[in-house]
Design a protein around this ligand. Structure first.
Ligand code: 5RP
Length: 262
């Protein structure tokens, strides 16, 4: 692996423990002004000191995040779909590598939709992006997207999707936590981070899946809604950090959340 690629990955995954807490804020690319992200600057800025990397679109990066921040950017470069469109899997590559480099990003991110109508197109997109990003030493994060079919998130489906993403050459894979998650980790030869999915019933549920994912070998989280839709986003991301970087148990993280939320 070339120096540039290694360095970018080391900026995202902290070399001290190889883990990362990414904050996902790219939802608007197909969901529009999703709840609590209506004003991205207001939501994201206070969380920047607690995140190891931000995952977002070039529109939000250019317009809502000051260039003064020294935070690694994972740029969403796929899109072309919307929540009210025919099929969420109908995505293409929407950002050139030149523009990604102009923005100084540490990685580019694209969704694949295994088993969906546009599976082939999204996998070919991934291969193309890996070729192009590789020319410039930029890592690719593949998101194993499920669209509206949240019930797809089981060990068989996620193992298949993550492994395909890794076989295609993605340097990082973002997926969901599921029962028997260690099987997903074992069969995927590149680092995995987990999304949170739609907001869960309680912060405890989120911290438990974060803990279980790390215990099974995930290298971090790339969560969005369960952080910034929490009534106490800073307490939430701090509690997640304690699991990812300080080996806190789920119980300890819940205690930290409760003490910080006051
Ligand atoms: C959208 C994404 C989101 O970044 C991802 O789903 C993470 O956010 P959340 O934790 O809210 O699910 O990749 O396709």
């Amino acid at each position: 692996m070339d120096w540039g690629m290694k360095n970018r990955l080391n900026r995202i995954f902290k070399p001290e423990d190889g883990h990362t807490v990414m904050l996902a804020c790219d939802h608007g690319y197909f969901l529009g002004p999703v709840s609590r992200l209506e004003d991205p600057r207001k939501t994201i800025e206070p969380l920047i000191p607690y995140a190891d990397a931000l995952m977002l679109t070039r529109g939000v990066l250019r317009n809502c995040i000051d260039a003064k921040y020294n935070i690694p950017i994972v740029l969403r470069v796929s899109g072309g779909n919307s929540i009210i469109g025919k099929d969420l899997s109908d995505e293409g590559i929407t950002v050139s590598m030149q523009d990604a480099l102009r923005l100084g990003v540490c990685a580019v991110a694209l969704s694949i939709y295994v088993g969906a109508e546009h599976e082939h197109q999204t996998l070919v997109n991934l291969g193309k992006l890996i070729n192009e990003a590789g020319d410039y030493g930029v890592p690719v994060l593949a998101v194993t997207a499920v669209g509206k079919e949240l019930e797809k998130r089981d060990v068989r489906y996620l193992s298949l999707s993550c492994r395909i993403a890794a076989e295609m050459g993605a340097q990082v894979v973002k997926t969901y936590y599921c029962e028997d998650f260690e099987k997903v980790v074992k069969s995927c030869p590149v680092p995995l981070v987990i999304a949170g999915g739609p907001k869960m019933k309680s912060e405890t549920d989120v911290l438990e899946i974060a803990y279980n994912a790390i215990a099974c070998g995930a290298k971090g989280v790339d969560m969005g809604r369960n952080v910034w839709q929490s009534s106490k986003p800073i307490a939430m991301i701090s509690a997640i950090r304690s699991i990812v970087h300080e080996k806190a148990s789920a119980q300890k993280a819940v205690e930290l959340f409760n003490s910080l939320k006051k």
